[in-house]
Design a binder for this molecule. Sequence first.
Ligand SMILES: Nc1ncnc2c1ncn2[C@@H]1O[C@H](COP(=O)(O)OP(=O)(O)O)[C@@H](O)[C@H]1O
Ligand SMILES: [Mg+2]
Length: 361
Amino acid sequence: MTGALLKLDGIGKIFPGGGIGLDGIGLEVGHGEFLSLLGPSGCGKTTTLRIIAGFEAPTSGRVLLDGEDITARRAFERPVNTVFQDYALFPNMNVQENIEFGLSLRRMASVERERKAKQALELVGLPDKAKARVTSLSGGQRQRVALARALVCEPQLLLLDEPLSALDASLREHMQSELKRLQKELGTAFVMVTHDQTEALSISDRIAVMNKGRIEQVATPATLYDRPASRFVASFIGTTNLISAIFQNREDTRLRFAVGSDWHPVMNVPGELSLMPGTEVTLAMRPEDIVMSEKNSPDTFMGRVASITFHGRSLRLQVRYGDSELWVDVPRDDRARSHVVEGAELSFRLRPDAMCPVLVS
Ligand SMILES: Nc1ncnc2c1ncn2[C@@H]1O[C@H](COP(=O)(O)OP(=O)(O)O)[C@@H](O)[C@H]1O
Ligand SMILES: [Mg+2]
């Protein structure tokens, strides 16, 4: 990325006592980009964010902002603001005083502070709450005040640590689209930490998937979903069947595999993949890539329906095939749905145009 706003260059963090927090984090965030750090609890998301903010010093590596090395700069000297997971509002101050706090530290005149606070409250949809006590606000309103307090300082980069995790599901979804709208409107780069893949997929321009102090893949939501680079990413993003298979042969652009003794799926594989016949691989098949089929041929397998769950427009089947269990999504209006009952033996195949990532294990 040329002219990235933020660049993390080989960031490592070893905690006192020897715990490895981060191991060689490299990441670039563009101007105006919404990037999420996604990963399971304890993988190092908050530590990464705290190092960007300047609350924590890295053990190795550099933090660059607009090409300038800011690793040694203190937090308040960075044009970066943070929205914390627990909001961290001052309970003894009203909404406006909370929002003006950062501005008064900069010795801004009170008329100007008031004007900016008013603007920020309008931006987050709380124009009438300036004089309200923080303790009288709902969780969603507090979240908006925390956002206004960070944005009023006009940071070049806004950091958000699990900003919506305390909200209930419906409010959370609403705030996700609000956050995205606000970010695009302001054009400010956001780096958001979340452990919720649905949230990251719906809100981000790009996502950095983290695992055990490392970044496994940085890509757009669609690329992460369609082309996961590792088993971890494939299983962390969405529902995936990870199936052991043996590569058999190539027919033009189509590759044939063997799964168990009787299933020989054939699929298009994007890009170059040179495999020796007999190589063991893992195929990452999405539930929607497996479909019911009529006939029994080498590219189909017989599976027993172990359970059926309702997923709106589709049904999700848990299908037993040999020793494995596969997730299969079938449309609810499928003509064959009358056969789809628990315990049924049905024939399945890979969708003809499925392009499942092949992970060489
Ligand atoms: N101050 C600290 N001292 C020692 N270990 C820490 C400290 N902060 C975080 N860690 C450890 O570093 C790892 C990453 O933590 P964190 O960045 O908070 O993860 P996440 O935000 O992804 O849940 C964890 O194993 C955590 O226990
Ligand atoms: Mg965290």
